[in-house]
Design a protein around this ligand. Structure first.
Ligand code: ADP
Length: 484
């Protein structure tokens, strides 16, 4: 039944551009035969044919020119006109009746041809357009399938309309078309350990905000139970008149990269733990050695002092490495207490001023400010900002540290007159292992960990840290901390 419907429904074949000769031909011949049988065997009146045949033929011309284009229409018209000629001949028309019959046949043949031509032409144009769109879709699908990245496209309501094979490979299952994104019951999507609700997925965000999402990392539990890490970028698609009509996302599998990163982090963590113990005992031995040679051997005392200084650097490096790895694994802990920032800043300056004789560090406090924070960690941030100010002002000069209170917040700023930082680097310097100068040149020692650790510490205190600077015009780092 369904096949019969598909076969006879002209809309089913839209775009195929296959036009049959035999179907309209056989159908027309059958209609003529049935009509003749009806006229002679049922109605017993050869003249009755004129009452219905025009309607039947008009309907047939419309149907076949829509089904089989101009070809279908023309075949039906030719057979219809031939039948009319046959009627005129077999019904023995004469005189006035014959002339009227011939006139009517000529007029009808013109009208029928016009009808078949117009409808057939429309149908063929429609087929061409639909066919072109179908070809376009096939081409697009082939390109999407061959891409080395996963692609998911949804309509404006978030229903998946296109998925390529790469996505199925990533997820270990077929992501069905027609489902709403984020609502595949088998998949749980997480970002930084938190399960995402359907409305928080990258495509859903694009559809609700109309803005692109760039390089978001999520992880999904694939069908075979593996954690798959994916990087997703998604963008809205607008129609020519600016309406949001769809959203498309590009997905790359970064599982291997993540595993490698984890192994590297584990290694750094382990190595810094292993290094910590021998350095601590080295320092202890050095302290006792220093006490022994004190004012006995000046030369040895100097060597020991230098050794002590280098060991301190080494200890600082290892401790930074450990902090970075703690941040990566979410294990950085805080012990908060209330303390005076003024005192802490003075202490920090004291500790550093001795080692930095070429720079003068001054403290300008507008207010007395107490904060509730981890004293040691804030000390670490201040030390980092001040050592940077010293390190990146190679010509010496004044370093100023300001402290004031504003709207229940403590604002600290560290200002230097050093080499400065170009605008486009202001955000990047707070990233892990980022350095402005080429690390290979080694103009300035360091590994690019200090500001990353500082930013994490301040972030975990619900504070803010940023820099204002221009190249060659010094830099001012700002830290804002909540007082309570
Ligand atoms: P490190 O100093 O070990 O390289 P940081 O994370 O402390 O790492 O700093 C990151 C980068 O930011 C530095 O490499 C440097 O290029 C830039 N930077 C930091 N502080 C300053 C400053 N006060 N003036 C100029 N550049 C700075």
């Amino acid at each position: 039944m369904r096949n019969v419907f598909n076969f006879t429904n002209p809309l089913r074949q839209l775009g195929t551009r296959r036009y049959s000769f035999w179907i309209p031909f056989i159908a027309s011949v059958l209609v003529i035969l049935l009509s003749e049988i009806y006229v002679y065997s049922v109605a017993h009146n050869p003249m009755v044919v004129g009452r219905y045949i025009i309607f039947v033929h008009v309907a047939m011309i419309i149907y076949f020119s829509f089904r089989d284009g101009i070809k279908g229409g023309v075949i039906t018209v030719v057979l219809a006109i031939a039948y009319y000629a046959y009627i005129i001949y077999t019904r023995n028309y004469s005189g006035e009746q014959l002339r009227a019959g011939i006139d009517a046949t000529i007029v009808l043949s013109l009208l029928y041809s016009l009808l078949a031509g117009v409808i057939g032409w429309l149908k063929q144009t429609l087929d061409r357009l639909v066919g072109r769109e179908k070809d376009e879709r096939i081409r697009l699908q082939a390109i999407i399938d061959q891409l080395p990245v996963g692609v998911v496209i949804t309509d404006s309501k978030g229903i998946v309309v296109e998925v390529n094979k790469k996505i199925d490979q990533f997820l270990g299952m077929k992501l069905p078309k027609g489902v709403k994104v984020g609502q595949t019951p088998l998949l749980e999507t997480k970002q930084k350990g938190r399960t995402l609700t359907p409305s928080q997925g990258p495509l859903a965000v694009v559809l609700s905000t109309g803005k692109s999402v760039v390089d978001r990392e999520v992880n999904v539990l694939s069908k075979d139970g593996k954690q798959v890490y994916l990087k997703v970028s998604a963008a809205p698609i607008h129609s020519h008149d600016g309406k949001l009509i769809a959203a498309a996302s590009i997905v790359t599998d970064i599982t291997q990269q993540k595993e490698l990163e984890k192994r590297k982090d584990d290694f750094v963590n382990m190595a810094s733990h292993e290094l910590k113990t021998p350095i601590t005992s080295m320092k202890l031995y050095m302290d006792s050695l220093q006490a022994r040679v004190k004012s006995k051997d000046e030369k040895l005392e100097k060597i020991l002092a230098r050794l002590q200084y280098q060991t301190d650097n080494l200890q600082q490096l290892v401790s930074d490495l450990l902090d970075v790895s703690r941040i990566q694994t979410g294990k950085l802990t805080f012990h908060k207490e209330e303390f005076s920032l003024n005192e802490l800043i003075k202490e920090t300056i004291q500790g550093l001023q001795e080692a930095a004789s070429t720079h003068t560090i001054s403290f300008i406090a507008k207010d007395m400010v107490n904060v509730y924070a981890d004293r040691f960690r804030i000390y670490q941030v201040l030390t980092n900002l001040l050592t940077n100010a010293i390190k990146y002002s190679p010509d010496g000069g004044a370093i100023k540290i300001y402290l004031k209170r504003e709207k229940g917040k403590a604002i600290i700023s560290v200002q230097d007159n050093g080499i400065g930082i170009p605008k486009e680097q202001h955000k990047k310097i707070f990233e892990r292992l980022y350095q402005v100068t080429d690390p290979k040149e080694k103009t300035y020692p360091g590994l690019g960990m200090g500001l990353y650790i500082s930013r994490e510490i301040i972030k975990r205190h619900q504070g803010r840290i940023w820099v204002e600077s221009e190249k060659d015009k010094g830099a001012t780092f700002f830290v804002v901390l909540r007082m309570r």
